[in-house]
Design a binder for this molecule. Structure first.
Ligand code: NAP
Length: 361
């Protein structure tokens, strides 16, 4: 049996932070022992700090109700209370980057939902089913920065999660992608709370999510990249064009993808077989948060749909459907994932489990 370790959530009172608190309740490996947020929340019991703004569907877990919220900027306060930090603070980018480095320098591994370090060359951006090997860069990260037990690992933007694993599964099977065009239909919860004003989104679609297309086009290149001389070198062989849209859906990001392969394209039946058989490190290691089947292919012609498919396999699976030939590229399909679980806190918890299994925590 794996011994439970104490973990901290910084930014614990926010939308992503609350999802950590919800998903970590009764986690077999991790126990929330420390929570921190802005100076405005510091000093209050957690239940009081989130009173009137607890947005989760389940009740506040009993063990965290009385935890006194710390100031996330006070790194020393976390020392001795936890062996791992989940970071979901909302600060200006440079301040976030510096704060996460300070926690790592204090000996604490940091798993972050923030974008601040996504393109720091020696910081791995992990989707556990795709690039678990990028965790190898941590040894060089620690050495270069003089950190001993501390380190920084980030997760990607939620916009890319609906198609990355299906594309990777095909690549793994020998069908390398070359060009990908994706239109995302992104849920409201991706914008945090209270998010987009209801009068802007009710019965409407907004064809702009600030900076989202750049992230959607660039983050996959790092995730598909390789570790070389202590840094992650981006993959330069795949080109992505993205259209990111905000739609009036509460949870669940959909991606409509057209894909061209570098060489020959597999038959549609073979693609479905590859997706259905795909398993990776989280499944082989039986990590607690891992979905049994990371890719679920649905044969019904009108799936996936956010309401019906976002909660598949603990809300950690990617559901794919509508695979068909493309008149311009090789194939087309629709993918869907739960953006606040797989796409945010759940994906980060899975990454931390992978780090624990690999003795990095
Ligand atoms: P949020 O609801 O606004 O929560 C922000 C959190 O940061 C709160 O706990 C807040 O504490 C804390 N905070 C605010 N100002 C602070 C300060 N000056 N010092 C210390 N703590 C401070 O934001 P969110 O939607 O949860 O998003 C959190 C972060 O995750 C953002 O950077 C966001 O971009 C990122 N994010 C990532 C993903 C993903 O991984 N895919 C998805 C969504 C969001 P108080 O409650 O005390 O103000």
């Amino acid at each position: 049996m794996v011994q439970r370790i104490n973990v901290a959530v910084i930014g614990a009172t926010g939308m992503v932070g609350q999802n950590y608190i919800r998903l970590l309740a009764n986690h077999p490996w991790f126990e929330v022992a420390y929570v921190a947020a802005s100076p405005q929340s510091a000093g209050k019991p957690y239940a009081e700090a989130v009173a009137g703004r607890w947005h989760m569907p389940s009740d506040l877990p009993e063990p965290v109700r009385k935890l006194v919220v710390g100031d996330a900027n006070d790194v020393e306060a976390a020392r001795g209370k936890c062996a791992l930090v989940f970071s979901a603070v909302s600060l200006e980018k440079q301040a976030t980057a510096a704060l996460e480095c300070a926690y790592a320098a204090a000996g604490l591994p940091v798993v972050s939902n923030n974008s601040a370090h996504r393109f720091t060359p020696d910081v791995p951006m992990i989707i556990p089913e795709i690039n678990p090997g990028h965790l190898d860069v941590i040894a060089a990260q620690r050495k270069a920065r003089g950190w001993t037990t501390g380190c920084i690992v980030v997760k990607s933007n939620c916009s890319i999660q609906s198609y990355m694993t299906p594309v990777w599964a095909l690549w793994q099977a020998g069908y390398k992608p070359r060009t990908l065009v994706v239109a995302t239909l992104q849920a409201l919860s991706g914008a945090g709370h209270p998010g987009v004003p209801s009068l802007d989104i009710e019965g409407n679609v907004v064809p702009l999510i600030k900076n989202e297309e750049e992230k959607t086009e660039n983050e996959p290149l790092k995730i598909f990249g390789r570790v070389e001389n202590g840094v992650i070198v981006k993959d330069g062989s795949i080109a992505i064009s993205a259209h990111c849209n905000r739609v009036p859906v509460v949870d669940g990001h959909t991606a409509c993808v057209s894909l061209k392969f570098a060489d020959r394209a597999p038959a549609l039946a073979e693609i479905i077989a590859i997706w259905r058989a795909f398993k990776a490190a989280p499944q082989e290691l039986a990590l607690p948060m891992a979905p049994e089947r990371p890719i679920i292919y649905r044969d019904e012609p009108d799936r996936p749909q956010p309401r019906k498919d976002r909660d598949a396999d603990k809300a950690m699976a990617v559901t794919v459907g509508r695979l068909r030939k493309c008149n311009v590229f090789d194939i087309r399909f629709a993918g869907l994932h739960h953006n606040t679980v797989r796409g945010a806190a759940g994906g980060a918890i899975l990454t931390a489990e992978l780090m624990r299994a690999r003795k990095l925590i």
